[in-house]
Structure formats: C-alpha cells, structure tokens
Design a protein. Structure first.
Ligand SMILES: *Cc1c(COP(=O)(O)O)cnc(C)c1O
Length: 383
C-alpha cells in the first residue's frame, strides 16, 4: 500500500482511528455551515460579535468573570505571563514551576515570556504535578506555579492553590486538555489567577483551526492579555505595549460557539469509553490509569503504561488500531531545550515517557470499536 505524506491518509487505514475528527465535526455539519455563512454575511472577520459571544459564554461555562480569545493555547499561556510582567507582578528571570512531563508548549511559553521554567516531577499515579515536590522547588525567585491538567485529569488544585497562597505565588492553570473538568464543584480554569485553554482541533473543545483563550476574574489581566494579543493596542493605532498578533478570528469563534453546546455530552461519551476500557482490559503487562468516578477527569486521553510498549503498539496496529504516545520524549531531553536542563534528570518523568501509550479515545467511537480495542489488548501475548 502506498503511504501518502499526509497523516490523515495514514489514519484512514485504521479500522479504529485514534481520533476521528471528521466524524466529530460531521455531527454538527449543518450548524457549522450556517455559522460560517453567518460570518461571511456579516462582513466582519476579526474581533466582532462571534468572538464577544463566545468569550461571554466560555467565561460563564468556566465560572470566571472574563474570557479573552487568542490565537492558540501556547499564546494563551505566554500572553498571560507577559501580561503579568507588564503589570509588574513578575520580572525577567523569575521562576515558574511547571510539571516536567508536560507537553512542551507549557515550557516554551515560560521561555517566551523571559521567565525560567523549573521542572517539577509528577505524582506517578495521576501524571500531574506533585504538590509536595512543587513546595520543595520554591526559591526566592519563584513567582508562578503553572500546573497542567494532563490527559484531561485535574491536578491537585486544592493543595496547589493553597501552596500558591501560602507562598505568595501567582497560579496559572494550563487547562488545554481539560475543558469542562471540575473538582470540588469548581471548573478547570476557575482555580488560579488565570487559566489558558487551547482549542486546537484535537482538544476536547476543538475549533476547525487554531484558537485559544485566557480565562480570569482579573479585569486588569484580561485587558492586558487582550492588548498584548492585538499589537499592544486597545484603541486602533494607539500602541501602549510591545504586543503581537494573536487573535481568535470570527470564523473560529463561530465554530466554537456551535461546539460549546455539546461539550458536556461529548465528555460524557468519553467517560463511557474510559469506563469500558477500565472494566474490560485485563492484562498482567498493561497498567490502567487510576479510574475516577467523578467529573475531575474529562478523558482527553486514555493513557496506559506497559514495559513492552513497542510490542503492544505493533500488535494493536496489526489489528487495525491506531495508538499514539503522549509524549515520546520528555521536554528536558528535547534538542530545543537541552541547553536549559543539561545537568538535570527526572526519573519519574523519564519512566513515564518510556512506558505510556494512548489508546483510541473520542466521543464518536462505536461500541464495536471500543470492544475491538479491549479484545486486542486482552489477547496480546508479547512473548
Ligand atoms: C495543546 C496544548 C498546548 C498548546 O495549545 P496550542 O493551541 O496547540 O498552542 C499547551 N499545553 C498543553 C498541555 C496542551 O496539550
């Protein structure tokens, strides 16, 4: 079979694709089409009604006062940190605590804001930042704690926010994988001084292109993030800060408005898949993620661990099942970052990266597909 250079053509050969975005968006095709038409007919394509509407609804959804749409999740993180710098709350060289096993974007945002990322090992059971190790990593220069709700599971926010308060630190949530998750009745995004969301197409709330947002209760921060993502200006041609161009356009805002209405029902479908996997997969060499019967996990990814990952991946591939690895190389070992972390080692993170495997997970998987994955896992014999 010819392998095309486009990943979507590679995906088409799997009977159980990892994430079928076409199937997800096709569910809402009529609504998405009419939303696009509405934008075309409006004659207004940047920072108009669609964005204002989405910002209001997403802030309401998260339980925060403000939402500012930006160009991506990465920009949501870096613009927040830069805004805090402009507001005099952080200075060049100040330290930011981030999980060592996060997606690299979290760390790139810190560097982009000229701050220093300090990597904190995760709790091995939850994959999330360990509050105790975070506390130990605090120095005179620490200004921000930046937990990530990795794989859709909320970090230990009660302890991390208490820690931030005790130590006088700013708290920024990277909620790019956890739209709609909630802990103690409080949504992801409503715990810190601010939170960053990504609406990259593959996220639980995905646009049909790039998009992101910052949510916060702080009016001044919201204003500053909006300015920095709009050439540092609030009033056209009056530039108060050295900004950039990072805006959530009207078409993407209109797509997100359509999809926001279905976010909870999609999370419920993901939960059903996770529950079936958790109850169905039984294999001595497959370690399942700890199952949570509550809303604190929206199952962005279903991540198992095994010491024989390559063998399991190949076995599943031969059965038509597509898997991915989140993530194969830890950030501190990436060529781009090696200069920052050269002499450091993070054994928990390294062991996670060498053993994790993400099974297909989406709100459009059929029962049959879920059972195919369960049976294939249970029938695997690596030796
Ligand atoms: C996706 C993601 C980002 C970056 O979002 P983009 O929209 O791709 O820029 C940041 N952090 C985490 C944890 C992510 O998963």
């Amino acid at each position: 079979m010819a392998i095309s250079k486009f990943p979507q053509d590679v995906q088409a050969v799997f009977s159980v694709p990892f994430l079928d975005l076409k199937a997800i968006n096709t569910q809402y095709k009529d609504e998405l089409n009419s939303a696009v038409s509405r934008v075309i007919d409006s004659g207004w394509y940047i920072r108009g009604r669609e964005l204002a509407n989405f910002e209001q609804r997403f802030a309401e959804y998260c339980g925060t006062k403000f939402c500012v749409g930006v160009g991506s999740g990465l920009d949501a993180l870096s613009l927040t940190l830069k805004a805090w710098r402009q507001m005099g709350l952080a200075d060049v060289g100040d330290e930011v605590l981030v999980p060592a096993n996060t997606y690299i974007a979290t760390i790139l945002a810190v560097l982009d804001a000229e701050l220093v990322p300090v990597l904190v090992e995760p709790d091995e059971k939850t994959f999330n930042m360990c509050p105790k190790l975070a506390a130990e990593a605090i120095t005179q220069r620490t200004k921000v704690v930046l937990p990530v709700h990795l794989y859709g599971r909320m970090a230990n926010m009660p302890e991390l926010s208490a820690l931030a308060e005790r130590a006088g630190l700013l708290l920024l949530e990277d909620a790019a994988q956890a739209h709609g998750a909630s802990l103690c009745g409080r949504k992801a995004g409503a715990w810190g001084g601010a939170a960053a969301f990504s609406f990259y197409p593959g996220k639980n709330l995905g646009a049909l292109g790039d998009a992101g947002a910052v949510v916060t209760d702080d009016a001044e921060l919201a204003r500053m993030v909006g300015m920095l993502g709009n050439y540092g200006s609030q009033e056209k041609y009056v530039n108060l800060h050295i900004g950039s161009n990072s805006r959530l356009d009207e078409i993407q805002a209109a797509m997100l408005l359509v999809k926001l209405a279905y976010i909870d029902s999609e999370a419920a479908k993901r939960t059903i898949v996770a529950k079936k996997y958790s109850e169905g997969i039984r294999h001595p060499l497959i370690e399942l993620p700890e199952w949570l019967y509550d809303a604190s996990h929206v199952h962005h990814l279903f991540v198992i661990r095994t010491t024989h990952r390559d063998a399991l991946r190949t076995h599943l591939k031969n059965k038509g099942i597509q898997t991915l690895i989140h993530y194969p190389v830890p950030p501190h070992q990436q060529a781009a970052l090696i200069q920052h972390f050269r002499h450091l080692s993070f054994p928990i993170t390294e062991s996670i990266h060498s053993s994790v495997l993400s099974l297909p997970m989406s709100p459009v998987m059929t029962n049959e597909q879920v059972n195919t994955v369960i049976d294939a896992c249970n029938l695997w014999s690596p030796f």
